[in-house]
Design a protein around this ligand. Structure first.
Ligand code: MEV
Length: 437
């Protein structure tokens, strides 16, 4: 059983399926049937998807949904969202509708600089390496000219390069920190290619100048890679309305707004709450990031690190009341692209872009930020009123019914029955048993 699989990536997909199902499944035939059931009928389309990843056996399907009525900088959007969490799209749509008649979401990209670092060690005189860097900085940057040519034509390219002495943290360790603008691309490949080229140029420069350094000095490139910490690639979003919009009863509306503000303050000072608060924001962000073929792992990493940029982990959105006006806002890093990667390759991603009116990277940053704030608004609204479980379980009822193997008729009866009732797996199970009797 514990045999090492040799040359697995080289064998055909059918052979891979046979090998894996026979080795790991009680009923290989059933396991094979499931994999093949999820293959697309259109062979060309399937081929596109199979080529996205090594060792591909089948497809993994997630719901592709839309949330209409998003008013963002005075333009109406219908957002494509990919998520398995049943209440997320409904919550986004509800929040979008609420804000639609209140000016919608006002969004602004503040900056779009990303960075990458060449990490290296050098055990000699820090002054000498700094001088060598300053004298050759433009050569380092120019060595990437061929790579950056097209990007520079589009207003992007290398923005800055500086040597950072980190020898206090780790002996002999330095960084060359490079700032990039990558136009409408997320730019990971572009940045990494530039960094690797600069690292090789830097090595050549060092050894060409080895006469400057004594014989027993060592220099070594450790690695060159972009950073997913993108505090200079940020977008800010806000929504504003009079407190009276929260209800006809003035006192209740005021109380609601105050509770909302307090909920945000709690998330600002309490890590346990902040992480969940931000997770709610990411429910909205990730769903659009996925639907637009962007890298949700890098977005998650970037946003969580930004949430702790001041030394402790904090919530990303804040709410305030000023002269009876409620203000809800957030600033987040978002390093995404509308060209490159999956954006042109995945047919559903292209569908999503057409739905959004082919946004450029800045516009997509704005759309995604609005989705995050809308989701956060919906979550806090539920938390401070009905509690989260009411809406959540309502949307989750179908999953519970499927899990319990309910028939179509049982499902319809259960949906009617639980319309105004508290939903739990036990309650649904009891109900199904009661209608069986
Ligand atoms: C659930 O996916 C997200 C929430 O927990 C977010 C929050 O608590 O703010 C509802």
């Amino acid at each position: 059983m514990n045999k090492l699989v040799q040359r697995f990536s080289k064998i055909s997909t059918d052979e891979k399926i046979k090998l894996i199902t026979q080795q790991y499944f009680e009923n290989p035939q059933n396991a094979q049937f499931l994999l093949t059931s999820y293959l697309l009928h259109d062979k060309n389309l399937q081929e596109i998807h199979s080529q996205f990843s090594e060792n591909n056996l089948s497809n993994f399907v997630l719901p592709f949904s839309v949330a209409p009525n998003f008013l963002i900088n005075q333009k109406t959007y219908c957002l494509p969202m990919v998520t398995e969490e049943s209440s997320v799209v409904a919550a986004a749509a509800n929040a979008a509708k609420f804000w639609y008649s209140r000016g919608g979401f006002k969004v602004k990209v503040l900056n779009k600089v990303k960075s990458g670092q060449i990490h290296f060690t050098y055990n000699g005189n820090p002054k000498k390496i700094k001088q060598l860097f300053e004298r050759n900085k433009s050569t380092l940057i120019e060595s990437t000219d061929e790579i950056t040519h097209n990007m520079r034509k589009r207003g992007g390219g290398i923005q800055s390069a500086k040597l950072v002495d980190m020898t206090k943290e780790i002996p002999h360790y330095y960084q060359i920190d490079v700032g990039f603008k990558t136009g409408d691309a997320m730019g990971a490949n572009f940045i990494n290619t530039c960094l690797e080229k600069m690292a090789s140029t830097w090595t050549s420069i060092y050894f060409q100048n080895s006469g400057l350094f004594s014989e027993n000095q060592e220099f070594e490139i450790i690695m060159s890679i972009l950073s997913n910490y993108t505090p200079d690639c940020v977008v800010s979003v806000h929504a504003t309305c009079p407190i009276k919009d929260f209800g006809q009863n003035r006192e209740k509306a005021e109380n609601y707004a105050k509770k909302f503000v307090l909920a945000c303050q709690i998330a600002l000072i309490n890590k346990s709450r902040a992480v969940t608060h931000n997770k709610g924001i990411l429910n909205g962000i990730d769903a659009v990031v996925m639907a637009t073929g962007n890298d949700f792992r890098s977005i998650e990493a970037s946003i969580h690190s930004y949430a702790s940029k001041d030394g402790s982990y904090k919530s990303l959105s804040t709410a305030s009341i000023n002269q009876d006006i409620f203000h809800f806002e957030m600033t987040i890093p978002l390093s995404i692209g509308t060209v490159g990667g999956l954006t042109k390759l995945h047919p559903m991603v292209r569908w999503g872009y057409e739905l959004l009116g082919w946004p450029n990277a800045e516009q997509l940053m704005e759309i995604i930020a609005a989705s995050g704030l809308a989701q956060n608004f919906a979550a806090i609204n539920s938390l401070i009123t009905t509690g989260i479980q009411k809406g959540h379980m309502k949307m989750h009822l179908n999953n519970i019914l499927n899990q319990l193997g309910a028939s179509k008729d049982q499902k319809q009866r259960a949906i009617d029955y639980f319309h105004h009732k508290k939903i739990s797996v036990k309650a649904v199970d009891d109900y199904l048993k009661s209608i069986d009797d």
